[in-house]
Every structure is written in structure tokens, then in C-alpha cells.
Design a protein around this ligand. Structure first.
Ligand code: ZN
Length: 99
């Protein structure tokens, strides 16, 4: 499996997480649920070949300076890194690792 459901997810916790080979962090998504009004993603529910929409844009700032950006689409178990990523897999599409 390439994505997993978080256990005992409370409001404000990610619903699903996956490991990112580009930046080395785990990324999480929220899905629509009662009581949560923040941004949500659509997930096809396939733990082995996940597809997530829209893109996932993870940034780290130091004050107003962008230290790190990981911006990707997850499609059919692969992760496609967009051209604005700041890590080594920028512009590449790779398999998501098993989790
Ligand atoms: Zn990443």
C-alpha cells in the first residue's frame, strides 16, 4: 500500500498520509467530513494506486523566505513533481514508495 489512513483521526488531523520520496517528509490530505471546513482533496480510495486531486503543495517558510517547496500531483500510484519544487526530483514522475 502506498497511502494509509490515519488512526483515530480527529478534526484537524490528516485523514490519509503518504511518504514523499522527493522531500523525505510525509504528506497528508483531508477529505470532506462533517465538522471540518478547511481545504479538502478528492481521493479515489485505492490504497495501492492512489489518485488525489487537486495538487499537494507543501511549503516551509523562514519568516517571508521560502525555504522549501514540494508541489505534486498523485495519479495512479505515481507522484508527479511540478517545476516549482525545490528538491532533487523536480519535474520528475516516480512511483510512490510502499508505506
Ligand atoms: Zn514532498
Amino acid at each position: 500500500m502506498k497511502i494509509r489512513a490515519t488512526e483515530n483521526a480527529r478534526i484537524g488531523d490528516y485523514d490519509y498520509v503518504f511518504d514523499c520520496p522527493g522531500c523525505g517528509y510525509s504528506h497528508g490530505i483531508f477529505i470532506k467530513k462533517e465538522g471540518y471546513s478547511g481545504p479538502t482533496w478528492e481521493f479515489n480510495g485505492d490504497m495501492d494506486k492512489p489518485t488525489i486531486n487537486p495538487s499537494i503543495n507543501h511549503t516551509m517558510m523562514s519568516g517571508k523566505v521560502l525555504m522549501h517547496r514540494c508541489h505534486s500531483f498523485v495519479k495512479n500510484g505515481k507522484i508527479q513533481y511540478l517545476s516549482d519544487c525545490t528538491h532533487k526530483l523536480v519535474g520528475q514522475t516516480v512511483e510512490l514508495p510502499e508505506i
